[in-house]
Design a protein around this ligand. Structure first.
Ligand code: 3HC
Length: 295
C-alpha cells in the first residue's frame, strides 16, 4: 500500500479550495486544477485569507501558514495531476462534466492513484463505472466551510475495494477530520436528512407560516442550530441546493426532495445566496437585510 504524499484537487470553488487548504495545511503537496487562471488566483487569495484567520486566532503559527501556502500549487492543465496519489474532484454537480474529467485523468494517472469525488448527491457508482479503476474509486464528501467543519463522509460503492476505502478513511483522518462511513445512496447521510429540511423551510415561507428571519430564529433558538435554514441555504448556495434537490428527486421520486417553485424562481433570478450577494437575505448591506421576494 503506497503512502499518500501528493494530493490533486479538481475544481477550486468553495469546496475545492477548502479541500486544497486542509490538504496543504495537513502537510500534503497539493495541486489544484481549474479551467482558468483568474479562478485559481481567487482561490489562492481566499485560502491565504482563511489561513491568516487561523493565525489571527492563534490556531496556526505564521510559519505553518507559509509552509502550507508553499505546498499549494495551481494549474489549468488536468495532465499535471498525473503524479498525484489521490485526486479529489469538487467540480460542478453534473455527471457529464465530472466523467469527462475522470476519463481524461484515468488515461493519465498511474494505477496507484485513488479517485475520490466530493459529490453531494450523485452516485459514486456512476463515476466509478466511467473509469478503468472502479475498485479505486471512493466518495469523500466534505462540508462547507471545509476548514471549519469536522465531518467527512467516506463513501463505499459496490465496486470500491476494502483497501481503497481504508486508505480514504485514513486520509480523511490525517486531514484532522472526523470520518463516517456511508453507503453510496444519493445524498449519503447528511444531505439525505438535510435537503428535505432545507426545502421544507422554503415551503414554510411559501405557505406564509412565518417570515424569513422568524423561520431562521425559530430553528436557531428552538433547536440550537448554528444557522437558521434560510441563512444556511444562502450559505450553501441556492443554485447548488436546487441542483442537489433535482438529482435527489430524480433518484428517489419522492416529493420531499422536489425543489419548491420559490427556489427555482430565485435561482432563475440569479439569487444564488451569499456568493451572488443576494438570496433570502441581501448581502450588499451590513448587516444583511431581508430580501424582498414578492411574497
Ligand atoms: N476559514 C477560516 N475562518 C473562517 C472561515 C473559513 N473558511 N469561515 C468562517 N471563519 C471564521 C469567521 O470569520 C469567524 O471569525 P471571527 O470569530 O473572528 O469573526 C469564525 O470563523 C466563526 O464564524 P462565525 O462568527 O460566523 O461563527 P459561527 O460560530 O457561526 O461559525 C460556522 C461559523 C462554522 C459556519 C457555523 O455557523 C456553522 O456551523 N454553520 C452551519 C454550517 C453547515 O451546516 N454547513 C454544512 C452545509 S451542508 C454542506 O456543506 C453539504 C453540501 O453537500 C451541500
Amino acid at each position: 500500500m503506497s503512502e499518500i504524499k501528493r494530493v490533486g484537487v479538481l475544481g477550486c470553488g468553495l469546496m475545492g479550495s477548502g479541500i486544497a487548504q486542509v490538504a496543504a495545511a495537513a502537510g500534503y503537496e497539493t495541486l489544484v486544477r481549474d479551467v482558468a487562471q483568474p479562478i485559481l488566483d481567487r482561490a489562492k487569495a481566499g485560502i491565504g485569507q482563511s489561513l491568516a484567520k487561523f493565525v489571527e486566532k492563534g490556531k496556526l503559527q505564521p510559519v505553518d501558514r507559509e509552509a502550507a501556502l508553499k505546498r499549494l500549487n495551481f494549474t489549468t492543465t488536468t495532465a499535471d495531476l498525473k503524479p498525484c496519489d489521490i485526486v479529489i474532484e469538487a467540480v460542478t454537480e453534473d455527471l457529464e462534466v465530472k466523467n469527462a474529467l475522470w476519463k481524461e485523468l484515468d488515461a493519465r494517472c498511474g494505477p496507484g492513484t485513488i479517485f475520490a469525488s466530493n459529490t453531494s448527491s450523485l452516485t459514486i457508482a456512476a463515476m466509478a463505472a466511467a473509469t478503468r479503476r472502479p475498485d479505486r474509486f471512493v466518495g469523500l464528501h466534505f462540508f462547507n466551510p471545509v476548514p471549519l467543519m469536522q465531518l467527512v463522509e467516506v463513501v463505499k460503492t459496490v465496486t470500491t475495494s476494502g483497501e481503497t476505502f481504508s486508505r480514504a478513511y485514513a486520509f480523511a483522518k490525517s486531514l484532522g477530520k472526523e470520518p463516517v462511513a456511508a453507503k453510496d445512496n444519493s445524498g449519503f447521510i447528511v444531505n439525505l436528512l438535510l435537503v428535505p429540511y432545507l426545502l421544507d423551510a422554503i415551503r414554510a415561507l411559501e405557505h406564509g407560516v412565518a417570515s424569513v428571519p422568524d423561520i431562521d430564529k425559530a430553528m436557531q433558538l428552538g433547536c440550537g442550530y448554528p444557522m437558521g435554514p434560510l441563512t444556511l441555504l444562502d450559505f450553501v448556495g441556492l443554485d447548488t441546493t436546487y441542483r442537489i434537490a433535482e438529482i435527489m428527486f430524480a433518484e428517489y421520486k419522492d416529493q420531499k426532495y422536489a425543489p419548491p417553485p420559490l427556489l427555482k424562481r430565485m435561482v432563475l433570478a440569479g439569487m444564488s445566496g451569499k456568493k451572488s450577494g443576494k438570496g433570502f437575505y441581501d448581502y450588499s448591506v451590513n448587516p444583511p437585510a431581508v430580501s424582498s421576494l414578492g411574497l
